[in-house]
Design a protein around this ligand. Structure first.
Ligand SMILES: O=C(O)CCC(=O)C(=O)O
Length: 307
């Protein structure tokens, strides 16, 4: 259960780390599950609907960046969505009726040797809804430190504009040009903590992460959850803007099977929220790493300039 102070911090900053929320046995089960996928990735040459691989990935030296839709791949990942502590925290932040958002869920591994940082962005840019009651929850499978590429979030930006995430030539690239947008990245705070901690960030908060400069992985299981009355603005039942199932719709039954707590509804809550539709999409739109390749800036460069 989150304390009143944690809830206040979340709404003031737009993000929060709840330290040591999950026990070592849960962390171990998640870690073992990720290891199985890293091993399985040795026989895969190209990214597919489950594995997102770095360009330098080989069977001898696997560099798995992401496991897609972990809830469909392994019971250890699925169990997190049933954990009473997790469900309670989500309902405290989103209200009693909570759905697993219909786009891609993920484990981001940020492996050593991976070259792609995640540039500044708002998740909201990729999946605007009828209201902004959406939160990404990241379960720390490793200790997350300043060195291994923690999420960096800029406090208060969840109350700001829907930033432009397009490239010079007008394509949606899923990244913000911090200078052009007047973002003060020096205010960014790191979401660090021990394995078993859980980070929560609001769908509109500006965030990103630099490359991993440590000797080990930084594995986060990231689930985005939505209030049941937040309906996707693009697509009928699904906001699959990027990713392999781009134009697929879910049946209502499938949509409602994603409820984590409470009841579904057919009545969207309409709120006056700033939004942009993420179009037109660049040719190589896939995971955040692929789509951000079309972006000219770099979060690492922003930080080098600051130092
Ligand atoms: O894994 C990371 O470091 C960043 C993840 C993120 O911001 C995202 O996938 O939207």
């Amino acid at each position: 259960m989150l304390s009143a102070q944690q809830i206040e911090t979340f709404w003031r900053q737009g993000f929060l780390v709840a330290h040591n929320m999950l026990p070592p046995e849960t962390v171990r089960a998640l870690s073992d599950a990720v290891d199985e996928f890293v091993d399985a990735s040795r026989s895969i040459r190209h990214s597919n609907s489950v594995f997102d691989l770095d360009d330098a990935h080989t069977s001898e030296k696997p560099i798995l960046r992401r496991i897609k839709n972990p809830q469909d791949q392994h019971p250890a990942f699925r169990d997190v969505l049933k954990d009473a502590r997790v469900v309670e925290a989500l309902t405290q932040l989103l209200g009693p009726n909570v759905r697993l958002y219909t786009g891609t869920q993920k484990v981001n591994l940020k492996p050593v040797g991976e070259k792609a940082p995640v540039n500044w962005h708002q998740d909201w840019a990729t999946y605007p809804h009828t209201n902004d009651s959406l939160i990404a929850m990241s379960v720390f499978i490793d200790d997350v430190t300043e060195e291994n590429g923690p999420l960096l979030a800029i406090p208060g930006t969840h109350r700001g504009p829907a930033y432009d995430h397009t490239s010079e030539d007008g394509y949606f690239v899923g990244a913000i040009d911090a200078k052009k947008s007047g973002l003060d990245v020096s205010k960014a705070q790191s979401m660090t903590g021990e394995a078993g901690s859980v980070g929560f960030h609001h769908v509109r908060v500006v965030h990103g992460s630099v490359v991993n400069r440590s000797e080990g992985t930084r594995r986060l299981l990231i689930y985005t959850c939505a209030a049941a009355d937040a309906w996707p603005l693009s697509g009928t039942y699904t906001p699959r803007i990027i990713g392999p199932k781009e134009n697929e719709s879910l049946t209502l039954e499938e949509y409602d099977s994603r409820m984590i707590a409470g009841e579904p509804t057919l009545e969207p809550r309409l709120e006056k929220v700033p939004a942009r539709i993420p179009q037109p999409i660049a040719q190589n739109a896939g995971s955040v790493y692929e789509i951000q390749r079309n972006f000219e800036g770099s979060i690492d460069k922003d930080f080098a300039e600051k130092e």
